[in-house]
Design a protein around this ligand. Sequence first.
Ligand SMILES: CC(C)(COP(=O)(O)OP(=O)(O)OC[C@H]1O[C@@H](n2cnc3c(N)ncnc32)[C@H](O)[C@@H]1OP(=O)(O)O)[C@@H](O)C(=O)NCCC(=O)NCCS
Length: 185
Amino acid sequence: VSSRWRLSVDDHVELVALEPDDAERVFALVLENYERLRPWMPWVTPESTAADTRAFIEGVRSNPNPALREANGIYVDGELAGGMGLNGDPMNAVGEIGYWIAGAYEGRGVVSRSVVALVDYGFRDLRLHRIEIRAATENLRSRAIPERLGFVEEAVLREAGRTGLGFVDLVVYGMLAPDWAARER
Ligand SMILES: CC(C)(COP(=O)(O)OP(=O)(O)OC[C@H]1O[C@@H](n2cnc3c(N)ncnc32)[C@H](O)[C@@H]1OP(=O)(O)O)[C@@H](O)C(=O)NCCC(=O)NCCS
């Protein structure tokens, strides 16, 4: 377990790479939060099972580009609280961050602080040049995160996402490495 990739966010929060044996626990948390996640996360459907979660984690682990950190748990005081990943396009030095958090941990800034840590990691350790966050136009809670952190709202991709609401427009936020380095903390 100690060999897992992990990223400290603060004294209480850390991101830890998921392993296949975490699938049942992660999926249980997804089910507990089904009504909250279903409108926004394309992989949360009535047909979803723990086997899908396991297949996702295994797929990420077998990715030939393990430098991207696609499947992590957000842990708060050692308890699984949500998920966050950095995936993307290393050839172009572009990454994309996605996230969800259980209702019990929402509204505390845990996700915002975790995004800061993962963006720092992406620019500093992975030498990315650009990091994106995409959210359904109607997902105001999610959009507040890149907006709070100074990402630039760049585009709306028409019906580029499929969620529990059907096809949804996605708004793309972008951050560039020099702008992140220059921003006030
Ligand atoms: C989108 C989602 C991850 C946002 O979670 P969140 O907890 O609101 O996000 P944050 O960690 O940024 O917390 C922000 C809240 O914490 C508060 N907060 C407290 N301390 C804070 C701090 N140090 N920094 C930032 N915010 C802080 C903010 O005021 C804000 O509360 P408010 O919304 O009542 O004003 C969550 O709503 C979710 O999981 N939704 C369902 C799945 C989903 O939509 N995922 C994204 C798909 S694109």
